[in-house]
Design a protein around this ligand. Structure first.
Ligand SMILES: O=C(O)C1=C[C@@H](OP(=O)(O)O)[C@@H](O)[C@H](O)C1
Ligand SMILES: C=C(OP(=O)(O)O)C(=O)O
Length: 409
């Protein structure tokens, strides 16, 4: 589905939007719930990625296809590896078959798991022969994806001897590791993270309890961008959010102050308000802790005529698409002067935005959602707009609610 986005002349917004649960928290809790049925989950994400995870955990089929869901691919690799007696072929979309998994597979093999590649070495599909894991120490490279580490941590407490993980090299996307550990702590599973060593202690069962998933902060980023581009006085209320978040992307509240967006926390929601024009000439920011909001921020900067230097982007090349190339190509079409390396992005201050450009989305939900706010400036086309469901089912309905007009092409 290709669409054309437009706005009415009045860009003063005042809306309330409810966003579904964090897909990162949900996909962790779904694995944990399978290991500890005592858990009841509330505000579970309705994203495709969480639907894939639920299906994978309930089927007894040998072949399990998780589509584009990175967390499902990585978290289920450890889950099935430690599932004694079960044989599973874990696979995904064509892109997933080009997203590396070798670092995790090697760590699991070091722990005694039996895993083989069905096609290309280092990539899904993988055949997993579930075994009992008793080795209790492992080393793993921390600089490629934190999901490999979370994957091991999620099953760790159910291993006979728990697990001690030594992280090698620099550690990327650290808030996601902390999210995993915080959820374990919430479930009273003892763990520690000191220096480069993480320990999780064995736990047989936990107290019956309900865990409420906070809504998704990465999804909130598109509303931050919209408010940044809207007229002063515009406001959007988003629920359900809290000040003490487990999600690293909650750093949005601070980052968007540069664009004149003020965040007010209430008991169960946040209010984003445009209070003044963007204050920065150039935004310099390291996003190694919050890679998923890089696209949103780059597009906001472009629309607001703010130059930017985004660094810490080394994980973007192996996400749903090569996000550095995708940003470079699509922003260039809109008139941006942009350059990217394998780890960073530089954007010059823009002066004009070319209208009616068709943005390619490369099977990446965040390409579609990050470019949508530009409709507040110029008519813009989004190709294959349905990709948003990977993380955000009702994204286009919510865009319409805040006054973006959508025509099917
Ligand atoms: O653990 C998680 O839930 C995630 C970790 C991050 O991946 P990397 O650790 O690969 O950067 C992030 O980009 C992804 O969307 C979700
Ligand atoms: C990178 C992402 O997801 P995943 O790696 O889980 O596919 C994302 O949602 O931006």
């Amino acid at each position: 589905m290709d669409i054309l986005l437009n706005v009415l002349a009045d860009k003063r917004i005042n809306e309330n939007i409810t966003i579904s649960g964090s897909k990162s928290e949900s996909n962790r809790l779904l694995i944990l719930q399978k290991l500890f049925p005592e858990i009841v989950i509330e505000n579970l994400s309705d994203s495709d990625d969480s639907v894939h995870m639920q299906h994978a955990l309930s089927t007894s089929d040998e072949i399990v296809d998780i589509g584009h869901a990175g967390t499902a691919m990585r978290f289920l690799t450890s889950y099935f590896a430690a599932n004694e007696g079960r044989e599973t072929v874990l696979t995904g979309s064509e892109r997933m078959q080009n997203r590396p998994i070798e670092i995790l597979v090697n760590a699991l093999k070091d722990l005694g798991a039996t895993i083989s590649y069905q096609d290309k070495v280092g990539y899904p599909p993988i055949r997993i022969q579930g075994t009992k894991i008793t080795t209790e120490k492992v080393q793993i490279n921390g600089n490629v994806s934190s999901q490999y580490i979370s994957s091991l941590l999620l099953i760790a407490s159910k291993l006979e001897n728990g697990l001690e993980i030594e992280l090698i090299g620099k550690i990327t996307s650290v808030p996601y590791i902390n999210m995993t550990l915080s959820l374990l702590t919430q479930l009273e599973i003892k763990n520690s993270f000191e220096g480069n060593t993480i320990k999780v202690y064995p736990k047989k069962e936990i107290q019956k309890q309900t865990v409420v998933v906070e809504s998704d902060w990465s999804s909130a980023s598109y509303f931050y961008s919209i408010i940044a581009l809207a007229d002063v006085g515009s406001e959007i209320n988003l629920s359900a959010y809290k000040k003490e978040s487990l999600q690293g992307d909650s750093c949005l509240a601070e980052i968007y102050e540069h664009f004149g967006v003020e965040t007010t926390f209430s008991e169960n929601s946040i209010s984003l308000k445009k209070v003044k024009a963007s204050t920065k000439e150039i935004l310099e920011i390291d996003l190694k802790n919050a890679p998923d909001i890089a696209q949103t921020i780059a597009v906001t900067c472009f629309a607001e005529g703010v130059a930017c230097n985004l660094t810490g982007l080394h994980t973007l090349k192996i996400k749903e698409t090569d996000r550095l190339i995708a940003l470079n190509d699509e922003l260039t079409k809109l008139g941006a002067t942009i350059s990217v390396t394998d780890v960073s992005l530089h954007l010059d201050k823009s002066s004009a935005i070319i209208k009616n450009i068709a943005i390619k989305t490369y099977n990446d939900h965040r390409m579609a959602m990050a470019f949508a706010p530009l409709a507040l400036r110029v008519p813009i086309k989004i190709l294959n707009a349905e990709v948003v469901t990977k993380s955000y089912q009702k994204f286009w309905d919510d865009m319409q609610q805040i006054g973006i007009k959508i025509d099917k092409l």
